[in-house]
Design a binder for this molecule. Structure first.
Ligand code: HEC
Length: 130
């Protein structure tokens, strides 16, 4: 094989690798949690279902960040909506941080990392505890 052909093949391979990297999610663990624990209601693509299940792919995602840990842990029992979100008391803070980063960064394209310490702090200050 001539040198230039080898070079050409290498370039092609690198290109394919670079392209496939684009598809990769930053938080695969968060994605797994999302698909297992959230997608049933909020849908795989996070676009929700009519007015029953709110979309999590939304311009207001930033304003939802601070309430998300409390909503996941304690649900929305005090809301006036017909269908409320049930609490998920077994989901750990690490899992909450991962699923939040997947939603915020991978699904909504925001460049904002949610740290575990922030999640812990938010949970300590939840006002919807039962
Ligand atoms: C069994 C269905 C169900 C599952 C599973 C579920 N949710 Fe929800 N979620 C809802 C419903 C219904 C609401 C609206 C509740 C309300 O407003 O009282 C909601 C509301 C929310 C909200 C607030 C949205 C807004 O615009 O105010 C967030 C954030 C959210 N869910 C995140 C999650 C995450 C993250 C998961 C997975 C860890 C999850 N949900 C799993 C049903 C579900």
């Amino acid at each position: 094989m001539s040198g230039s052909r080898l070079f050409y093949i290498l370039c092609l391979l690198c290109g394919i690798l670079a392209l496939s990297n684009c598809d990769q999610v930053k938080y695969p663990y968060g994605e797994r949690i999302y698909l297992r624990q959230c997608a049933d209601c909020h849908m795989d693509n996070a676009e929700g279902l009519s007015s029953l299940y709110p979309s999590l792919k939304t311009e207001s995602i930033e304003s939802l960040i601070s309430e998300m840990p409390c909503i996941i842990r304690y649900g929305t029992q005090d809301s006036t909506e017909l269908i409320k979100m049930l609490p998920m008391p077994k989901m750990s803070e690490v899992e909450i941080a991962n699923v939040m980063n997947y939603i915020v960064q991978d699904l909504n394209g925001l460049n904002q990392e949610i740290k575990l310490t922030q999640v812990k702090e938010m949970i300590q200050n939840c006002t919807n505890k039962k």
